[in-house]
Design a protein around this ligand. Structure first.
Ligand code: CP3
Length: 363
């Protein structure tokens, strides 16, 4: 098993949440289950809360609200992982990059970064000062869910963060970041390295405050040619994971790191080469093929098409069962999840059905 499989003599393993026990390779009766974007707009309780607290930054940057929203899916479905309600962009204001997240447009960066001068002006992230509400929320979540569920932290990877920071928001064609890549690569590398160092610090901060695993989202890295992934995404992922593991082997010897890429089909071997503990595959990859390509030393997360949640009960049931069986046949540790996040408009009772089926699996 992965590096975090070492026994921890000071801790009673039986008391740990199912997700952590499954990742250690202990024998468990079913795979743990949580869903990416399990909190948010598809839930009525969230929509109601949005009427009182109208901006995303208010909802995510106030520890009480972030805890409340993180716990909404916990109360509704008892997932085996409770992910902090936050965003990958949350820490960047602490580096001197203002941003907003608005209802129809998504993330907006009013002053996109495209020059060396702007890169030089960036500040180091000091999470205790910039995002103290994240630490507070994680500590409260750990106290709230105890050993019944794992608390999951997350970060954006440098390339995916840079797509927002350079483009100024969401993008279809990524023309600004590609222009930088193919004309002034040193400027982009400067930005990516600053982001990588901030992400390492941020992972340590989340672990120190109670995150029991951390997921790295390089959601948009599959928009790179594999050869460009090897220059602009892979090395930074490798760096972050190596540094985070070095730091965490002192304070948190068992901190498992999950790596997620949307459209990971072409990149499975490259994801593995970055050295995470868990490969979170999207639904473009057949799970058993993914295991054949990257091997059984990794645990796997995924990879049910989120679109199934718009389908029939039977379709959800069989996809849950088949996905768990695939991981079982492949002989790997597995966290049941979607291939990407829950989409807006997903029926809540479909999500409830998925959790019910996953928690009652007889394998
Ligand atoms: O999973 C969870 O329940 C935790 C919450 C979470 C959010 N963002 C809340 C959010 C997580 C893990 C993220 C990560 C994130 N943010 C990623 C990586 C995950 C992925 O989907 O690939 C990315 C790429 C972002 C950037 C971002 N922020 C996008 C693309 C959007 C949606 C834009 C839109 O309007 O469709 C956001 C805003 C955002 N982050 C929302 C939520 C619930 C929606 C806005 C709102 O509810 O007010």
């Amino acid at each position: 098993y992965g590096s975090f499989a070492r026994a921890l003599p000071h801790r009673a393993h039986g008391e740990d949440p199912l997700l952590l026990r499954a990742l250690r390779g202990e024998s468990v009766s079913r795979p743990p289950v949580w869903l990416m974007r399990q909190a948010g707009r598809y839930m009525k309780v969230y929509q109601d809360l949005c009427k009182q607290h109208t901006t995303f930054r208010e909802r995510s940057e106030n520890a009480d609200l972030a805890v409340e929203i993180s716990l909404q899916p916990w109360r509704a479905f008892q997932p085996d992982g409770v992910i902090l309600f936050s965003d990958i962009l949350t820490p960047i204001s602490g580096m001197g990059i203002p941003f907003d997240i608005t209802a129809g447009k998504g993330p907006i960066i009013p002053d996109p970064i495209r020059t060396q001068q702007q890169v030089d002006a960036l500040r180091e992230l000091v999470p205790e000062e910039a995002v103290p509400f994240v630490g507070e929320a994680l500590r409260t979540l750990r106290a709230e869910v105890g050993s019944a569920s794992a608390v999951l932290g997350f970060v954006g990877a440098p390339f995916t963060l840079a797509t927002y920071i350079v483009e100024g928001g969401m993008s279809k064609n990524y023309t600004h970041i590609k222009k930088l890549m193919f004309s002034e690569p040193a400027v982009l590398h400067g930005l990516l390295q600053r982001l990588a160092d901030a992400v390492v610090t941020y992972i340590g901060y989340q672990a120190d405050n109670g995150a029991q695993t951390v997921q790295i989202f390089d959601s948009w890295a599959a928009n790179l040619s594999p050869r460009d992934f090897d220059v602009f995404a892979g090395p930074y992922l490798h760096y972050i994971i190596k540094k985070a593991k070095e730091a965490s082997s002192r304070a948190h010897p068992d901190l498992p790191i999950i790596l997620y890429i949307s459209g990971s089909g072409a990149l499975v071997e490259r994801m593995a080469a970055c050295g995470p503990d868990i490969l979170s595959l999207c639904h473009s990859v057949d799970l058993e093929e993914g295991v054949r390509r990257a091997g059984t030393n990794f645990a796997y997360q995924g990879n049910i098409d989120s679109g199934v949640l718009f389908g029939s009960r039977e379709a959800i049931t069989s996809r849950v069962r088949e996905t768990a069986q695939q991981a079982q046949r492949a002989g790997v540790r597995h966290i049941l999840n979607l291939g990407h996040g829950i989409m807006q408009g997903t029926p809540e009772d479909a999500v409830a059905h998925l959790f019910h089926e996953a928690k009652n699996l007889q394998l």
